[in-house]
Design a protein around this ligand. Structure first.
Ligand SMILES: [Zn+2]
Length: 148
């Protein structure tokens, strides 16, 4: 999924357990592969046809958008360090294979993260790939809001 989608889920997990960072951060990390199994489109779709610079810029903007939205939505509910860690852990799986994509670091652990991620990705074309994602994120954020 897009970094924005992962960040929003990570942030809402932190907001669901504002006093339990161990829980929120673990769930944020665990949420990633499950979310990626839902058919979706993201900036990594067709990455072999993109220039590395373009991929890096797009991925960075995606991550930045996610961080801004998370702090706008949950910044007042959760300790900022906890929130930042939850977002980081929700993205960690993708961050860990970026060196493989960007620098061709085809060795452990980056290659392993790439292979796991590649095998798990549920792919869908636009616009469906964005709609499934928007529906999943909106649904999960709303459900998690009822916890706390
Ligand atoms: Zn992913």
């Amino acid at each position: 999924m897009t970094a924005t989608a992962h960040a929003l889920i990570g942030g809402s997990l932190a907001a669901a357990f504002p006093d339990n960072p161990a829980m929120g951060i673990s769930l944020a990390a665990l949420s990633h592969p499950f979310l990626d199994m839902i058919p979706h489109w993201d900036l990594g779709t067709g990455w072999k046809k993109k220039s590395k610079i373009m991929l890096f810029i797009q991925a960075s903007l995606d991550l930045l958008l996610g961080v801004v939205l998370v702090f706008l939505l949950f910044g007042k509910m959760v300790d900022p360090l906890y929130l930042a860690l939850a977002v980081f852990m929700s993205e960690a799986w993708d961050i860990l294979f970026m060196p493989y994509l960007l620098f061709n670091w085809n060795f452990f652990p980056f290659s392993a993260f790439y292979r796991v991620q590649h095998a798990l990705q549920g792919k869908a074309r636009l616009p469906w790939g964005i709609l499934t994602q928007a529906a999943t994120v909106t649904g999960l954020v709303l459900v998690l809001r009822t916890i706390h």
